[in-house]
Design a protein around this ligand. Structure first.
Ligand code: SF4
Ligand code: SF4
Length: 369
């Protein structure tokens, strides 16, 4: 049975450092020593201050890096952000300041290697630095995710797909959440991190994972050698059935987890955590899937007062469903595959997934029956 460690924590380095050291000592599958080349994969989605709870807090990553350096290893810290310059993310997110004087390399994933992750996906390009490291320390952020329910340890490794290959894979998986979850699980298996840590000290609830979500103090760090076990344990802590997280279900199908997790430490259930509203993306007879989706499934919408017409959403949209004029952005809801990537990348928090009126009525009817 996989062990998952829960530790009460806050963003105070004197508290964090011993906690991270203990967690890595207890849970890391690799022995880190002199010359071990370690890649740390935080969540560096976009430029955001740590208090926005969008990215992994720099002090959590710093403590893991110091552990490796003290053991004589080398540290590379990498991600492939959805938008913006890597340097800006490091600056705005407090990484430059936190790591001042520490001998680590920050390097955006740029180069990929093609590897076969199995049917139905076949060959996929995954960041070379992640595949070639001696050990990978996966440090995710605990957040809600409008498309995938939550983004935790397993989903964090989708960031090992470089640049615009990410929206391309969103499009290839289409509206099928379960297919996308299978893809994420296969990517995770290819990278195979030696330890997964989730920064849930300040997590995110509501319409995450970008700036449309709401920071929520949870006060916990969670870690384990199996990211699947970590994700299952966090679902339970938040009051969700592990099956609600599509990546858990996909991992169970593949025999990578049986949901039997040995939880140790400061485990306490969290009350009233706000999950994103999720509609089934395919329902009814197949010929009218598209019509039902258009009229019933929650759709991205922009707040004109917040939108700065920066262009990130229409550049990133995998379905090319967003257009714009001089005043506003518009959506083609026929083309839109409801991946909610636009919400994720919007630097202004101007996009939200909103329920359609017929969708709202049907959901209420279903809830009352
Ligand atoms: S909705 Fe957001 S991402 Fe899109 S143009 Fe406006 S500010 Fe930029
Ligand atoms: S409009 Fe948004 S939700 Fe729809 S396909 Fe494009 S990025 Fe995905």
């Amino acid at each position: 049975m996989d062990k998952v460690f829960f530790r009460k924590a806050e963003y105070d380095y004197t508290i964090l450092k011993p906690l991270l050291f203990e967690m890595i000592e207890s849970a890391c599958r690799a022995s880190i020593g002199k010359g071990t080349r370690v890649l740390i994969k935080p969540n560096l989605l976009l430029p955001a201050k740590p208090e926005a709870a969008v990215i992994t807090h720099p002090l959590v990553v710093k403590a893991a890096a110091e552990y490796v350096l003290e053991k004589g290893g080398t540290v590379k810290i990498s991600d492939s952000p959805a938008i913006s310059l890597f340097a800006k993310i490091l600056k705005d997110g407090g990484y430059r300041k936190a790591f001042h004087g520490l001998d680590v390399e920050f390097k955006e994933f740029k180069t990929s290697v093609k590897i076969d992750i199995g049917e139905p996906f076949g060959f996929i390009e995954i960041a070379k630095d992640a595949l070639e490291a001696d050990a990978v320390i996966n440090i995710a952020k605990l957040k809600t995710h409008a498309q995938m329910f939550l983004t935790l340890g397993v989903k964090n490794l989708f960031g090992c797909i470089v640049g615009l290959k990410k929206p391309e894979w969103h499009l290839r998986s289409g509206i099928d959440r379960e297919m996308f979850a299978r893809l994420i699980v296969r990517i995770h298996r290819a990278v195979s991190p030696q330890i997964t840590i989730v920064d849930g000290i300040l997590g995110m609830e509501g319409q995450g994972p970008g700036k449309g979500g709401t920071p929520r103090k949870i006060g916990v760090l969670v870690g384990g050698s199996s990211a699947f076990a970590v994700d299952v344990a966090i679902c339970r802590m938040l009051g969700a059935n592990p099956d609600q997280l599509p990546t858990n279900k996909a991992a169970k199908e593949l025999g990578l987890t049986g949901y039997d997790v040995d939880v140790t430490g400061d485990y306490e259930g969290i009350n009233n955590f706000v999950f994103p509203i999720q509609d089934t993306l395919t329902f009814g007879p197949r010929p009218i899937h598209r019509i039902l989706r258009k009229h019933l499934v929650q759709r991205p919408a922009a707040d004109k007062n917040l939108c700065k017409l920066c262009g990130e959403c229409w550049k990133y949209c995998p379905a090319k469903a967003i257009s714009h004029d001089k005043e506003k952005v518009s959506f083609d809801y026929d083309r839109c595959i409801r991946c909610y990537c636009c919400i994720e990348v919007c630097p202004e928090g101007a996009l939200k997934a909103v329920e359609t009126l017929p969708g709202k009525i049907i959901r209420r009817l279903l809830l009352t029956h």
